[in-house]
Design a protein around this ligand. Structure first.
Ligand code: CUK
Ligand code: CUA
Length: 646
């Protein structure tokens, strides 16, 4: 008996009384009939249905695209667990809404002096130890404004944003090296490095890309810009990157799609960027020798641009820090195999996945066997001599992820398929499965680590079209869960994503995440992981006034703020130092106040600080924004701002 048959038999054995359950159609058989469900549907449901109180085995950490958020999703249930605010203000988490998070979002997050309230997240990457996820940190890139954010996975909060001082867009990030020594951020659209103007006619002369190696200090849990550096690259529109591991440890690989150096229609007879960048049959896979770059920078061969050490292109070319291998026409994905021996590149305008053999690339470089140089003096290797081989995948292959049986899974955009193939021997006929529709990235369980887990693949589709009840012309993106454990792949669940445009995601074993239940002892500033400077214990609450500065030291516990009335004068600068003295799991409070655009989250034990100018006289109720207890509505108070001369 198959699984669905078994379930049927079990359920009918319960002798469900039809009359009592008419609204749902009675027993399983009649429910299946009335809802038009097949046995395969029931099997799929049994694989994903997660009864209340049961936990998911995996957590999918997914880009929320231009929403500026990251999503945490349980797998296999496909239940959304959390939105993590990164580059956008988010009132539930109290991020960018008047509290301590403002210093990250509006302080560190300023790009060239500008305050930004969004970002375009493409690639979440988990911290790694020896090439495997360790569940400690996550890094994401902002393609639009060339920034990287650091998210601490003990509390799923954004702790740092670094802004790239060289680039005006970055795509190939936030990839980590196997022990998270560096977080990589690579340019996409070339611009003059460090900003400034240059005419498009000077594209080849003045426009550049760069690979930035942000140094991660794991002890501090922060990127250290002073110990970071970059390698200057030609203006070839570098795309996504990956870091080597094992044999290829110490190297990074990135591809490019505009070796034509097309820059749009400005100038006589110039084509659109689209067709201009698609002339050459081959673009260049960039092979970067990170260790050599590090030592040349340490030896003082870098120049400084906006405070960032940059290894100049001519030095990188001459010293073979940068070497090129031809890659088929306008590639997109670039993925290192779990054993580190191969690099899979898939071209949007080519039907193959090309697997490069790292040992061949290394031998050719060591022997100095090059076919020539590019216009910038970068040495080029022979395509065929660098290859393990190619596999015909389909129309528009993009990204590749891996399982634990020597198989690769490649997303194929135009065909709307996931294709499974053997990446070691390249000797199996590829198997394809349709997805709905136009898949971008895909991710397998720990599929880009040294030890993929198999079992699941999540397809991240750009279009949902007919999959859901209509919500107007702007439709959700569509995640689909695929069971890859059997001989054939099976699509078993859909999850609409009504946010941004997700790009990449990583799927981590849930038990690797060691999250906090409370901040303990009470009074922790989550941005310093230390006791908040103004944190107080019960009994220490007070209001201090010094001239026009008013400091309120407040505690919060079910169901009151202490103090709950605050009187100030018009024109005073008010700072609320708020300590949640709760220590019970999930006893979160919030603090919001009329008109001052303040909403902060007060998880158990958290310290927050809110500063505002009381420039409008009047009466302003403040209240708790979480239904925290039976007397939650009563958890409120008044800010009285006395008018000048009043
Ligand atoms: S990219 Cu969006 S589907 Cu930015 Cu990694 Cu390929
Ligand atoms: Cu505290 Cu509602």
């Amino acid at each position: 008996m198959n699984g669905a048959g078994l379930i049927l038999r079990l359920l009918t054995a319960c002798e469900v009384e039809e009359e009592e359950h008419e609204a749902l159609g009675g027993d399983l058989e009649s429910i299946m009939e009335s809802r038009g469900l097949s046995e395969a549907d029931i099997l799929a449901a049994a694989k994903t249905y997660t009864p209340s109180g049961k936990l998911d085995e995996y957590v999918l950490l997914a880009s929320g695209g231009h929403s500026g958020l990251v999503l945490a999703i349980g797998v296999p249930s496909m239940r959304i667990l959390k939105y993590v605010a990164v580059f956008s203000p988010e009132p539930f988490q109290g991020y960018g809404m008047g509290g301590l998070g403002d210093a990250v979002l509006y302080g560190e997050g300023k790009q060239r002096g500008r305050t930004l309230t969004w970002g375009d997240i493409h690639h979440p990457n988990l911290s790694e130890t020896n090439g495997d996820y360790d569940g400690e940190f996550m890094f994401v890139n902002d393609k639009a404004n060339s920034r990287i954010a650091v998210i601490d996975l003990t509390d799923f909060m954004t702790k740092q944003i670094v802004t790239n001082p060289l680039l005006a867009s970055s795509h190939g990030g936030a990839i980590v090296t196997p022990n998270t020594e560096y977080v990589l951020e690579v340019s996409q659209y070339a611009t003059p490095l460090g900003g400034g103007f240059a005419p498009l006619a000077d594209f080849q002369k003045s426009y550049r890309g760069a690979a930035t190696f942000w140094k991660f200090d794991r002890e501090k849990g922060r990127i250290d810009p002073a110990r970071s550096f970059a390698v200057e690259l030609p203006p070839y529109a570098q795309d996504i990157s990956d870091a080597g591991k094992f044999a290829s440890d110490g190297y990074v690989f990135l591809n490019s799609w505009d070796t034509e150096m097309a820059a749009g229609t400005l100038g006589e007879g110039k084509p659109f960027l689209e067709s201009g960048a698609s002339q050459n049959d081959m673009d260049y896979l960039h092979v970067v020798d990170l260790r050599k770059a590090e030592s040349l920078v340490a030896a003082g061969r870098a120049v400084e641009i906006n405070g960032m050490r940059v290894l100049p292109l001519d030095v990188a070319a001459k010293e073979h820090v940068l070497v090129f291998v031809p890659e088929p026409k306008s590639p997109h994905g670039c993925d290192v195999t779990p054993d580190g021996t191969g690099i899979v590149v898939a071209g949007k305008l080519d039907t193959h996945a090309s697997v490069y053999e790292f040992s061949k690339i290394k031998d050719l470089i060591e022997r100095g066997e090059f076919t020539g140089t590019d216009p910038f003096g970068v040495s080029v290797l022979d395509f065929q001599k660098s290859l393990r081989g190619q596999v015909e995948i389909g129309l528009g292959p993009l990204h590749t992820t891996f399982d634990d049986t020597g198989h690769a899974y490649t997303s194929v955009f135009l065909d709307s398929t996931v294709v499974r193939w053997n990446y070691t021997q390249l000797d199996e006929p590829p198997v394809s499965m349709p997805v709905q529709y136009n898949i971008g990235h895909l991710t397998a369980a720990e599929g880009d680590t040294a030890h993929p887990k198999g079992k699941w693949v999540v397809a991240m589709n750009k279009m949902s079209q007919d999959r859901y009840v209509g919500t107007g012309p702007l439709q959700p993106q569509n995640f689909q869960l695929i069971d890859i454990s059997g001989p054939t792949m099976q699509l078993i669940a859909d999850l609409p994503i009504g946010l941004g445009e997700p790009h990449y995601a990583q799927l981590i074993k849930a038990d690797k995440l060691k999250t906090l239940q409370t901040y303990t002892p009470a009074g922790v500033n989550p941005y310093t992981d230390a006791r908040g400077t103004g944190a107080v214990a019960p009994g220490e609450e007070r209001v201090e006034r010094s001239g026009k500065k008013v400091d309120v030291y407040m505690t919060v516990i079910r169901s009151h703020f202490t103090p709950d009335t605050i009187e100030v004068n018009e024109g005073d600068e008010v700072t609320l130092h708020i300590t949640s003295i709760e220590q019970a799991r999930d006893q979160t409070h919030g603090f919001a106040i009329d008109m001052y655009n303040v909403s902060v989250s007060l998880e158990p034990g958290r310290y927050e600080e809110v500063t505002f100018l009381a420039d409008t006289p009047g009466v302003f109720p403040f209240y708790c924004t979480e239904f925290c207890s039976a007397l939650h509505l009563e958890m409120a108070g008044y800010l009285l701002v006395r008018p000048k001369g009043g």
